[in-house]
Design a protein around this ligand. Structure first.
Ligand code: PD2
Ligand code: ZN
Length: 279
């Protein structure tokens, strides 16, 4: 057969079966991602048998990123600073943090990113590659994890704040929205039904959380919106909006978008968290 099946792929297939996806649809996804039929059939039979006998495979995930808020703290210790909790919502799970990024850090990230901006790409779940996306009209770039001292410091702070290993995070993404630019409502997790998703998941599993940090606030517009629950968070420099999704499913109510910027420029940094180490 010659195609090794990773534990991550096995785990992902099991989760898809439990989530209600059929064996033929998973076989089609595997074929589209380049797996041979006999390999796909063998692993699917194995995973199907295992999933049938193990109820614990059922979604949702139990371990999730996010601070412990059971005692309703006003601040959370994020290592090198205390971060203020401004607002929380349970379903969808959303937490708004104040004092997360300093003015100097915001300026430093913008300066380092500005020279590397390009029209934003999004991960293309049809193929597992990247493509221009008409739903996102901002300009963007990615930093490598730990690429410069500000990025490294912010990543350590985020890991402490959200109680999630730094290595499970994707590189920081920076977006600039000019007037008229927006990010139409979407989910940040990868759609299990798309054929390119198994390829994407090999680098660290699903996304389970998103932290959007405002680096520069526009003069009007540009709120982060959650249409399912009528929530709009006004962009304020230094503030962060965290939301998590314990399964890749609209039932999480994490449909969200960036409303059009009406005046001025909006800059954000986004940190996406994966289930496992992101390589
Ligand atoms: O810039 C935003 O407000 C925004 C909205 C929705 C960012 C993202 N999604 C993202 O980076 O995923
Ligand atoms: Zn998003």
């Amino acid at each position: 057969m010659g195609q090794p099946i990773s534990p991550e792929l096995r785990e992902w297939l099991a989760a898809q079966l439990v989530a209600g996806h059929s064996v033929p649809s998973l076989r089609a996804s595997m074929r589209a991602a380049g797996w041979h039929n006999d390999v796909a059939d063998a692993v699917l039979a194995e995973v199907e048998a295992q999933a049938a006998g193990v109820a614990a495979f059922a979604a949702p995930r139990t371990r999730m990123p996010g601070p412990d808020l059971s005692a309703s703290p006003l601040h959370v210790d994020a290592g090198d600073r205390q971060v203020r909790i401004l607002q929380t919502i349970r379903h969808p799970r959303v937490i708004v943090f104040d004092d997360l990024v300093s003015d100097d850090e915001c300026e430093g990230l913008i300066a380092a990113a500005r020279v590397r901006l390009a029209r934003s790409l999004t991960v293309e779940t049809q193929t597992g590659g990247e493509a221009l996306n008409v739903d996102r009209t901002s300009d963007g770039m990615f930093f490598e994890r730990g690429e410069n001292p500000i990025v490294a410091r912010l990543e350590r702070r985020i890991a402490a704040l959200l109680q999630w290993p730094l290595e499970f995070g994707e590189g920081l993404q920076i977006l600039r929205y000019s007037p008229g630019a927006q990010y139409r409502p979407h989910y940040d997790y990868f759609d299990p039904a798309e054929p390119g998703t198994p390829t994407i998941l090999r680098r660290g599993g699903q996304r389970v959380g998103t932290l959007v940090m405002y680096l520069k606030e526009p003069d009007a517009g540009g709120g982060t919106i959650f249409p399912d629950v009528g929530l709009e968070i006004a962009p304020k420099r230094g503030t962060g909006v965290f939301f998590s999704y314990d399964r890749p499913d609209p039932a999480t109510r994490t449909l969200h978008g960036g409303a059009p910027v009406l005046a001025g420029e909006k800059w954000v940094a986004t940190k996406w968290l994966r289930e496992r180490e992101f390589t």
